[in-house]
Design a binder for this molecule. Structure first.
Ligand code: ATP
Length: 309
């Protein structure tokens, strides 16, 4: 079930929290929202999940708009809000039963579905407790269970792994990826590695606007400048090698990185590659290449470049 957001705008007073953004998310896609604090991620997710009215624009889920058919849209969405509001006086099972009934799940299916959610979200050991007796991570698991209980077509997860331990993070990521094969998922996170590992597509939001949209590979490529190589050359005098590197036609800049290991960082001229020239130079001088690897732009660098101003 596709999500289509067209020209979405939401202001609080004079501040535009979300500023005329448009995007589509298709079935079978996991979209990760990245952005600095206050970028507009939660506002966008709340608008999609019908928990917040927007000022302008249109949001459709499977062809139904949030403005015209909010109840139908809500029934198709599983939503884990940012602060994971729960009825903390309730037992876990009672709470999940309550949510299942709110979603009009057939009575005969409720028990089985709760058992499945308890298992899927790793709640087995704590399932007899009241929610206010649970640790933060276990509360987060209950939040996930309530978002999934009605087997929604669309999942909106605002920082789903907050408070989880590393084992559970891996399990929840796998679960999200699995769900994402058949459903439509949007999640937000501040953990860049998590978004890279879980999402097919990343959208970076800054000051209410979309500043990047693509796979992590595409984002890194777009932000990459000239080729930079890390090269370790052995068998020659350090400074002689350095001088020879600087003279290569394709090389813009050469730097000695680690004098003990004779590692050089070499930046090529725009649009040029230097590996072959370095290889030929080494063969000619009877030196040898102990390692040669490109330095890749990290998602952190892309994020900083696009959001630091
Ligand atoms: P974070 O990563 O910190 O959770 P975010 O990207 O989710 O941030 P939003 O919560 O969507 O950002 O907030 C976007 C902007 O809208 C912020 O400047 C925030 O202060 C403002 N904002 C959000 N909710 C309200 C509100 N109820 N009243 C006034 N301003 C609000």
């Amino acid at each position: 079930m596709d999500i289509v957001v067209e020209n979405l705008t939401k202001s609080y007073g004079t501040q535009k929290a979300v500023d005329n953004i448009s995007f589509k998310v298709h079935t079978g896609e996991v979209l990760g929202f990245l952005g600095p604090n206050g970028a507009g991620k939660t506002t966008t997710m709340r608008a999609i999940a019908c928990s917040l009215d927007h000022d302008e624009g249109k949001i459709s889920i499977g062809g139904n708009t949030t403005a015209e058919n909010p109840n139908l849209v809500k029934s198709r969405i599983g939503y884990l809000p940012e602060h994971n509001p729960l009825y903390t006086d309730m037992d876990i099972i009672d709470y999940l039963q309550f949510v299942a009934r709110l979603h009009n799940l057939p009575k005969e299916k409720i028990e089985g579905r709760i058992a499945e959610m308890i298992q899927v979200c790793g709640l087995e050991a704590e399932k007899h407790k009241k929610i206010n007796e649970l640790s933060k991570g276990y509360r987060q698991r209950v939040g996930l269970a309530q978002a999934l209980i009605h087997d929604p077509e669309v999942l909106i997860l605002d920082e789903p792994t907050t408070g989880l331990d590393p084992n559970q993070i891996v399990e929840i990521r796998e679960l999200i990826r699995k769900i994402g094969r058949e459903k439509t998922v949007i999640l937000s996170s501040h953990i860049l590695a998590e978004v890279e590992a879980t999402c097919d597509r990343i959208m970076i939001i800054s000051k209410g606007k979309i500043v990047a949209d693509g796979s992590s590979e595409e984002l890194r490529k777009k932000s990459e400048g000239n080729e930079i190589l890390n090269v370790q050359i052995e068998g020659g005098d350090k400074n002689t090698v350095y001088d020879a590197l600087k003279k290569l036609e394709t090389v813009e800049m050469a730097d000695i990185k680690n004098t003990d290991k004779t590692i050089y960082e070499i930046q090529s001229k725009e649009g040029q590659a230097s590996a072959k020239a370095i290889f030929d130079m080494c063969v000619k001088n009877n030196w040898y290449i102990a390692q040669l690897s490109p330095i890749e732009t990290k998602l952190e660098d892309v994020f900083r470049e696009l959001t630091m101003n």
